[in-house]
Design a protein around this ligand. Structure first.
Ligand code: URA
Length: 217
């Protein structure tokens, strides 16, 4: 296993993943379980952020204590539409981040992404000190994930500063991203078996966007 792939193993993550997989979980149940897992994924994904020590006065004495470096820029980038499900937790945990939405849907025949929105415009102030969290619950073929990561690499953000956060990953998607960008960090709660012929993760949970936004018909 690539040293930059981090699978969050925790009984509560497993428990909530079971709720997500269950086709009988309704939209409300699904989104509650997804939110609970999001916290675990974000704490894992943000453990790479640089910190500095500052002086703080407790009621007892002065001491040195760490904060996230004030010299960095953080970008949270949900891939629409399923990535939005991670957005609230990302902003709650990283209130000083910028949110850059990336809009892509997949061509169901070729499984290639088709871009329709990119909030990432203009030059970054300090790309070397910019950290990015790309959010997509399902890392399937890795095609849209690759495009999203490439979008930030083009802006001269070091690959080692980019974390891809997914709920469930297929081996195909992990290989696609890791082969293209070995220094990319991938944080996920499970690596499933494979993709089926339609590009869905097996066993997976079906179409994440449809289940999050209650558009299963
Ligand atoms: N996108 C999904 O929502 N589910 C999959 O299984 C694969 C891609």
């Amino acid at each position: 296993m690539n040293k930059n792939v981090f699978v969050v193993k925790h009984p509560l993550v497993e428990h909530n993943l079971t709720i997500l997989r269950d086709k009988n979980s309704d939209c409300e149940k699904f989104n509650c379980a997804l939110k609970r897992i999001s916290y675990a994924l974000f704490f894992e994904g943000t453990k790479f952020l640089p910190t500095i020590d500052i002086s703080v006065s407790t009621p007892i004495c002065d001491t040195l204590s760490s904060i996230i470096s004030p010299d960095i820029e953080i970008i949270v980038s949900p891939i629409l539409r399923a990535g939005l499900a991670f957005g609230d937790v990302a902003q709650e945990i990283l209130p000083f981040s910028r949110v850059h939405h990336l809009g892509m849907y997949r061509n169901e025949d070729t499984l290639e992404p088709i871009w329709y929105y990119n909030k990432m415009k203009g030059k970054l102030k300090d790309s070397e000190n910019t950290y990015v969290f790309v959010l997509d619950p399902m890392l399937a073929t890795g095609n849209s994930g690759y495009d999203a990561v490439h979008n930030f690499v083009k802006q001269n953000i070091p690959v080692k500063n980019i974390v891809f956060i997914s709920l469930i990953s297929a081996p195909e998607g992990i290989n696609r991203l890791s082969n293209a960008y070995p220094e990319l960090k991938i944080v996920t709660s499970k690596i499933d078996e494979k993709l089926n012929e339609k590009g869905y993760i097996v066993p997976g949970l079906g179409d994440a966007g449809d289940r999050i936004f209650n558009t299963v018909y």
